[in-house]
Design a protein around this ligand. Structure first.
Ligand SMILES: [Zn+2]
Length: 291
């Protein structure tokens, strides 16, 4: 979250402007994917965003949703969406960044959320492993942002790490969220997935689905109806098999898509088409741009 390629409030670097990833190879691919969750502002991508987008297009990933985790990186996400046609942004405060969350931070997120190409409030949620902030404080920050999403009529993108019960409790307490949301990098059980699906949420799977030790998660993916499922990389994190240990990027989404297709016993093109449609539906992305 340091060394941002594009700084809050500043003009995007000229070198990053007007890049149209080559679609030559992508046009020949029999599928189109959307990376519904990544962090293009990450230090790992500094100076190479155009290359990352070109790689993605060549691998059939035609749209990318990039998420902020605090005010600064949310502003960077908005700037990236403004600079690159295939990129859309989410703005929010991650539970690991929740220290010092006050009315000023909330106002910053609210202002960014009204910018063009902002498609959701996220990522927000609870992290009972990595966050040094108390559960009660995380729940306060999470609930304020759920209320903001409701007020702005936007969906939410939820980070849930070892906090399944409290995530569900906060969402129940927030009442009806008209635009629903996404359970990002889902790690819960089938019951949680089904409850969230009933509340209008999509269940998104990352590269973790390909990990050797993820048998239970694969069972959840197998059991859920494809109408509730989405795909994501969470890059630069969570590189799928067979590239574990290497830097992740949106172009690697196809490996997770292929795993889901295998679990469903469906052709890759069908899984790509359905998950892409689900992503367009929840985020109101322009489907026409994909054809
Ligand atoms: Zn993330």
């Amino acid at each position: 979250m340091s060394n941002l390629s594009i700084r809050a409030g500043g003009e995007p670097d000229q070198a990053f402007m007007n890049i149209e990833p080559t679609t030559q190879t992508a046009a020949a691919l029999p599928f189109t994917l959307i990376d519904s969750h990544c962090h293009l502002h990450a230090e790992e991508y500094q100076g190479v965003v155009p290359q990352i987008l070109a790689n993605a297009a060549q691998a059939g990933v035609r749209q990318i949703v990039t998420l902020g985790t605090d005010c600064t990186s949310s502003a960077a996400a908005v700037a990236l969406a403004a600079a690159y046609r295939p990129v859309f942004a989410c703005v929010g405060v991650h539970p690991e960044e929740a220290a010092g969350f006050d009315e000023g931070v909330l106002a910053c997120i609210a202002e960014l959320a009204r910018k063009e190409k902002v498609v959701a409030i996220g990522e927000i949620g609870l992290d009972y492993v990595c966050s040094g902030i108390t559960a009660a404080e995380q729940q306060r920050v999470f609930s304020r942002q759920l209320a903001l999403a409701k007020e702005l009529n936007l969906p939410v993108v939820i980070h849930d790490r070892n906090a399944h019960g409290d995530i569900a409790a906060c969402i129940r307490k927030a009442g009806h969220l008209p635009r629903g949301g996404v359970m990002h990098c889902f790690s819960g059980d089938l019951r949680l997935a089904q409850e969230m699906a009933e509340r209008g949420f999509m269940i998104a799977f990352s590269g973790v689905l390909t990990f050797k030790n993820a048998a239970l998660l694969r069972e959840v993916a197998r059991a859920l109806d494809l109408s509730h499922l989405m795909l994501e990389t969470d890059s630069p994190y969570l590189t799928p098999v067979p590239y574990r240990g290497k830097r992740n990027e949106p172009a690697r989404l196809v490996h997770t898509a292929r795993m889901l297709a295998d679990l469903k016993g469906l052709p890759l093109a069908e899984v790509a088409r359905r998950t892409t449609a689900n992503t367009c539906k929840i985020f109101h992305l322009p489907e026409a741009a994909l054809s």
